[in-house]
Design a protein around this ligand. Sequence first.
Ligand SMILES: [Zn+2]
Length: 477
Amino acid sequence: MKFKINVKGRILLTILFLIIVSLPVYADNLTNSSTNVLNYFNITTSNYTVSNPANSSNSSSTNSTNSSKITVDKLDILNNATEATINVWVKQNKYRENGGLAGKYEANPFSRSFLVRTVLNNSLSVVLSSNGNQGITHTSTTTLKCGITNNNKWTMISVSFDGNKVIYYKNGRKCDEDTTSVKMLYAASIPLTLGYGNNVELNGEVDDYKVYRKALKIEQIRRLYEENSKGGDQGNSLTILTYHQILENGSNASDHVNKVNFTEQIEYLNKSGFKGLTVAEYDQIRKTNSSIPKKSIIITFDDGWKSIYEKAFPILDNYSYVATNFIVTNYANGSSGYISYMNWSEVEDLKDKGWDVQSHSVSHKNLINLSEEEYRKQLNDSKTILKDKLNVDANSFAFPFSSSNQSYTEICGEYYDLCWTKATKASSPSYVYKNTLNVFSSLKRINIGFDTTLNWFKSMLGRDTDIEVEGNKTGYT
Ligand SMILES: [Zn+2]
């Protein structure tokens, strides 16, 4: 990859760019479906100033000596792409009509592919070409102000293309969309230019480019915003792992994980610098509006199996991780038939070693089949019993089988701060935070099962965005 940066004192940037890698970041890790392949190109420009000449005019600057566009040769991941997302942070000093944000676009024959630029003061224009010679221009509705405000504040602009629509996003939120007749982006053999396009520079600063060969979904773009340090107070990515039984030789069951695999996973977390959070700690972070520490992970265990105590604990303890137990109070009571589960003294022993204890109901029934009265009793009694037996205030409830509906999830929010339901689809509620009735879909508990490969496990961690992964066959129990 070669870069030409026509601005003095930017040698360091050249070095930065030279270490850019064109990454199929998660693609190789997603073993089950090629539809999840996410080609990805990332540039962190350290607040690169594109152009701010003192006497800048609004005209395009052809061959300007002040030209400071960033040029990236051989960006081919969008060649013939039928889906794409361009994501960039920008800060504008002074508005310039048609100032390019990113593009592979010149007026010469076979040099048109795509261009994102700022137009009409605070709108966006996206030009796409499928043949390299004609560009189809799409412009966001001016009253929606999808472009950069001239306020010198960092703004995240994202544009996605899916062969049918162009969607404009501002600061992680959908702003507008246009249908397009372009089905595929032309493979123009010119470089990608950043902070520049079709001969016009942006008048401002740019940073953190991400280019995807995929039309990211709304919630993914929202997370790009939230996870960026410029993106405000919404915290960082947080992966929540759900385990059940850790066995020497598990069967092919969704709640079994072989000890050797579990060890490998925890070793990987430790080696990669992930820091453990408990559910209670996470709850405090939310309550106090604090930031989630970078590279945090929550390890949870459902049902309170004895193998957690006997097998999982020593391994976690070896790496100084503590986890969270979601306990079924009837199981822990140790009445006949529940000998495979931890008893209260074992749960308490883990609690004394720093583990968190939360509720997974009284009797592990499918709660949506219960009357509201019976259901409320499960919520209330399990909380009371945990207080009596362990002196813990459970503030989180995991639904057995992850089975809930909107109404029961909201009722749960009367008793608990966090109510975890299911997480297979972004459209399904993941949890409800107490008294807000807000459904958060991005924070998911990911079930680790017998069939979870290490590569798949790795792909779940520290993600930039929530890529829904098919083939996670394991259920949520
Ligand atoms: Zn369960």
